[in-house]
Design a protein around this ligand. Structure first.
Ligand code: AMP
Ligand code: GLY
Length: 429
């Protein structure tokens, strides 16, 4: 069958690479894709927000299944649009995608489903939000461990972790008065700040059966030792030993299952990838957020380890027969993905830098370089984004997978390329 993947990041390259290996796939298309996806699939020059053109392309090219990578088209209703056009599409409806698209929706669902999450309050009036802080914390210099979140999608930037009263009040101003995140700040959530290590637990669900994937860990801060500004993710590894078998079962039973039930009860049944961002606190795992799609870069090490045919899994989800699949088969070896980024990221950066050494990295065994922000120019590959590549490797231990991934990194260079040097070290401590 012909399969269309929507998106253009490292996640979508990993999905295209994996789907191209399936015995069921004939032509694999990525819209719009990047320089890497042209190696494993065919790029289609349509943006992920242009639903009518994507639907027309799917119809004209006999596409049997479309897989949506990023959250923006899901939250804008791409699944509904494809379904209305009688096309099979993997990913939640617009109503169900609110789990990621609205923090207020997510927190209320978690609360009603009795899923462990930080205590919170919702505000649409900045005055009330400010008073919430000043009344609870009357002393000017007081420690205020809260997190202020814009309700809507804000490209991962609408979450402000605060330590002091001044920071909390400034965060409310940024979200609700200055409208730094636009309409995403129409409502805001103020929640208790949690401490611990973060872990990503993803699951595939058809709305009834849940297949939980092995835990992964992202590295959001830009610099080694989790310093510096937040990014989309500078690297990931899988499995994360932080969550053992018993904890994963606990998370499935107390987090994922009640969430899927809650979504069904609320008449927003969920089909697709449910990604729980969890904080492992002393009181146990608590949900920080949900995403409604594969994580980027978590997808890269996860798919490197997946042995099952992904098309079988997607097909079973769309037919509501995930239960019959039994389970998923995994390579026992861990995988580590190191993101190589442009100089300046997550701030301003330049594109168009020629990238060298990709062919050398491709020769290394058990190493795959997934492209994120790349483009083809005059027959060569150039940088075309903040996160440029995700060098991913398998190894017989996390330490060996890490060593291999950094061997791959060493082969590759461009003007201003950089990466974190400590990806997966938290697993080794
Ligand atoms: P989100 O966009 O909701 O994933 O939040 C982005 C990041 O903010 C998370 O990955 C955490 O590092 C941090 N964060 C969100 N909520 C909390 C919380 N309640 N306590 C501590 N950190 C948080
Ligand atoms: N890696 C974080 C995310 O995909 O949201």
């Amino acid at each position: 069958m012909n399969i269309l993947i929507v998106g253009n990041g490292g996640r979508e390259h990993a999905l295209a690479w994996k789907i191209a290996q399936s015995s069921h796939s004939d032509r694999v298309f990525v819209a719009p894709g990047n320089a890497g996806t042209t190696e494993d699939a065919e790029n289609v020059d349509i943006k992920s927000g242009d639903f009518p053109s994507l639907i027309r392309f799917a119809k004209e090219n006999d596409v049997s299944m479309t897989l949506i990578g990023p959250e923006a088209p899901l939250c804008a209703g791409i699944t509904d649009a494809f379904q209305d056009a009688k096309l099979r599409v993997f990913g939640p409806s617009k109503a169900a995608a609110q789990l990621e698209g609205s923090k207020v929706f997510c927190k209320n669902l978690l609360h009603n489903a009795n899923v462990p999450t930080a205590d919170y309050a919702v505000f649409s009036d900045p005055e009330h939000a400010t008073r919430h802080i000043t009344e609870r914390y009357p002393e000017p210099g007081q420690t205020v461990p809260v997190v202020v979140k814009a309700d809507g999608l804000a490209a991962g930037k609408g979450v402000i972790v605060c330590s002091t009263r001044d920071e909390a009040l400034a965060a409310i101003d940024r979200v609700a008065r200055d409208r730094e995140f636009g309409e995403a700040g129409n409502q805001l959530v103020i929640e208790e700040r949690l401490d611990g290590q973060e872990v990503s637990v993803l699951a595939i669900t058809d709305g009834r059966t849940i297949l939980t994937l092995p835990p992964a860990q992202d590295h959001k801060p830009a610099l080694d030792g989790d310093k510096g500004p937040n990014t989309g993710g500078m690297g990931a590894y899988c499995p994360a030993p932080l969550v053992d078998h018993a904890q994963l079962s606990w998370i499935e039973e107390n987090v994922l299952v009640p969430t899927i039930h809650g979504m069904k009860r609320g008449r927003t049944p969920f089909q697709g990838i449910l990604y729980a961002g969890l904080m492992m606190t002393h009181q146990g795992p608590q949900v920080l957020e949900y995403n409604v799609r594969f994580g980027d870069p978590e997808c890269q090490p996860l798919l490197m380890r997946l042995k099952s045919d992904l098309v079988d899994v997607l097909d079973a989800t769309l037919s509501g027969r995930l239960e019959d699949l039994g389970g998923l088969e995994w390579d026992p070896r861990p995988a580590v993905c190191v993101v190589m980024a442009s100089e300046g990221y997550p701030g301003a950066y330049e594109c168009g830098k020629p990238i060298r050494g990709l062919a050398d990295a491709a020769k290394l065994p058990d190493v795959k370089v997934f492209h994120a922000g790349t483009a083809t120019l005059d027959g060569g590959v150039v940088s075309n984004g903040g996160r440029v590549l995700g060098v991913t490797a398998l190894g017989d231990s996390i330490a060996n997978a890490k060593r291999r991934a950094y061997e791959g990194v060493k082969c590759i260079r461009w003007d201003g390329a950089w990466c974190r040097k400590d990806i997966s070290d938290k697993a080794l401590q």
